[in-house]
Design a protein around this ligand. Structure first.
Ligand code: 6LW
Length: 514
């Protein structure tokens, strides 16, 4: 095992769940309103992960239209049993609660089955296969759920694998070790003859923690592991580079070592923009149960190698955008996005970025604290409010665009617009240079800086600087992390306008020298 270069999956990759088949590991994370949903990564060493597919990549599997971007696909669990991969997950819908479903595949790269919806209430479902071949679904139910019996609880029911239906009675397992509030993210393991139920508690912010309960029978009774919390960063001080640690899933290696994947965040000056990322933590078993990060206390090690110098990631419009880590909002947009002569041609949508539909948008995670993202594009035939360009997107109510559009006289301009629930604010505007323009956003410890370059310009023009915290989870709320991408919206109906993305390049930048 190599040194851990945490986070092992950078950018918005929360609620990690992992399983091993032979010497290969598979990991899923939450995708919220993004499409395709539930990225699947593969690794041979738990450190280097390759994106191999998505569980929900067909629109008939999931409909996310109308949802807040922070709703949608929440925490999932991946397990492998008898040659079949199972993913259980839930779709959170603010207005109608959450629904839990299970999907299966023989190849984790896909295709995955259509979801079988389960008659279950709650979030964060997980599966446990016992030694008799029976499968148990656990999930979390908040205190406000109609049939909750406690202040938030973990419950269990048997999943009949032949019919993919829940059968038998519901067992209420545990109300958590801490306040009982936000007891969620359960995963169950059998180790040395004892059932160990891990949970995430304290909320996914600074008080996040891993807690545990144990039992001698799968359905309980479960008693709190008095060592809880087993892992948390609530006490490490706000200056520590990694915060909000929790939501663990365990896996063993073929040689019998144990590891946990957990979520954590990397704040700068108290706010984080990258979302909740996946970290790897060593685990050992004591007679009392799992010990996280033995020898380093419960503190994660983080390498400072945030960016490899000269590393450049260029969008390849001719290859699968999904497998390059690019997503759209709430559904596919392939009918408004086509590769052409090495470029990506966008047709403006009537759906707007600030709505809850599926605008013409495709973006990738911001994965480094410091970066440049540069987009060279040209537009043809824009009318009215149509616009296209680069977007730094946190949520439908929290994003900044650097885009080409028409000014009041119908002349092409470049403008920077910041969106909040209060509306859209134009931060800067400048006449568009003729020909293709180069739009760049630079992120650092302080700001997102928006610049414009183009033919005839002596040097790049800085149009606006936006405080980094504007795009942070602390200010925006919700569960997401910043995505960087391109968009085209504002059409009134069918349109002949086009935006041609000639190049999109993402370049991590090294930390400032002290
Ligand atoms: C996840 C749950 C949570 O399902 O956030 O705050 C949800 N807790 O465990 C979305 O990541």
């Amino acid at each position: 095992m190599r040194a851990i270069d945490n986070p092992v999956l950078a950018g918005c990759h929360p609620d990690p769940s992992v399983c091993r088949v032979g010497d290969t590991y598979y990991l899923v994370t939450s995708s919220f309103g993004y499409f395709p949903g539930i990225p699947v990564h593969r690794s041979q060493d738990l450190v280097e992960w390759e994106l191999i597919g998505h569980v929900l990549d067909r629109p008939e599997q999931v409909d996310l239209h109308g949802l807040d971007m922070s709703d949608g696909v929440w925490a999932s669990t991946i397990r492998h049993h008898d040659g079949v991969f199972y993913v259980v997950s839930g779709i959170a819908r603010e207005r109608t609660g959450a629904s839990i479903f299970v999907v299966t595949a023989t190849d984790p790269a896909g295709p995955w089955s259509d979801p079988a919806e389960l008659d279950a209430e709650g979030i964060d479902p997980s599966l446990f296969f016992d030694d008799d071949g029976r499968c148990w679904l656990t999930a979390a139910r908040d205190a406000v759920a109609p049939s909750a019996t406690g202040p938030g609880e973990l419950w269990m029911r048997e999943l009949d694998l032949a019919t993919l239906r829940l059968v038998g009675e519901t067992h209420v397992l545990w109300h958590g070790a801490l306040s009982g509030q936000w007891v969620e993210g359960p995963h169950l393991y059998l180790h040395a003859g004892r059932y160990v139920l891990l949970a995430a508690e304290g909320g996914t912010e600074r008080h996040h923690a891993v807690t545990a309960a144990t039992a001698t029978a799968v359905t309980g009774p479960y008693s709190t592991d008095p060592r809880s919390p087993l892992l948390t960063h609530r006490h490490v001080g706000r200056g520590h580079p990694v915060q909000n640690v929790g939501h663990a899933d365990l896996v063993d290696t073929p040689s019998g070592q144990w590891w946990a994947v957990v979520l954590g965040v990397r704040p700068v000056a108290g706010t984080h923009v990258l979302g909740r990322e996946t970290f790897l933590v060593p685990v050992e078993w004591s007679p009392d149960g799992p010990v996280f990060a033995p020898g380093v206390g419960a503190v994660l090690v983080r390498d400072e190698g945030d960016a490899a110098p000269g590393h450049v990631e260029a969008l390849d419009p001719g290859a699968s955008l999904a497998l390059q880590g690019w997503s759209s909002l709430r559904g596919p947009v392939a009918d408004r996005m086509a590769p052409q002569d090495g470029a990506l041609v966008l047709t403006p949508s009537t759906a707007r970025l600030e709505g809850c539909g599926a605008p013409t948008f495709v973006a990738r995670r911001q994965q480094h604290l410091r970066f440049h993202a540069t987009c060279r594009l040209r537009v043809d035939g824009l009318t009215g409010d149509e616009q296209a360009g680069l977007v730094v997107f946190m949520h439908q109510d929290r994003f900044v665009t650097l885009a080409l559009g028409l000014d009041d006289t119908g002349a092409l301009e470049v403008r920077v617009v910041a969106r909040t629930t209060a509306g859209s604010e134009v931060l800067a505007r400048a006449p568009a240079p003729g020909g293709p323009v180069t739009l760049r956003v630079t992120g650092d410890d302080t700001n997102y800086t928006f610049t414009l370059d183009g033919p005839g310009q002596a040097r790049p023009l800085t149009l606006a600087e936006v405080d980094r915290s504007f795009l942070s989870t602390e200010e925006a709320g919700g569960f997401l992390g910043v995505h960087l991408g391109v968009f085209a919206d504002g059409a009134l109906g069918p349109t002949s306008a086009r935006a041609t993305i000639e190049e999109f390049v993402y370049e991590p930048q090294a930390p400032p020298t002290p």
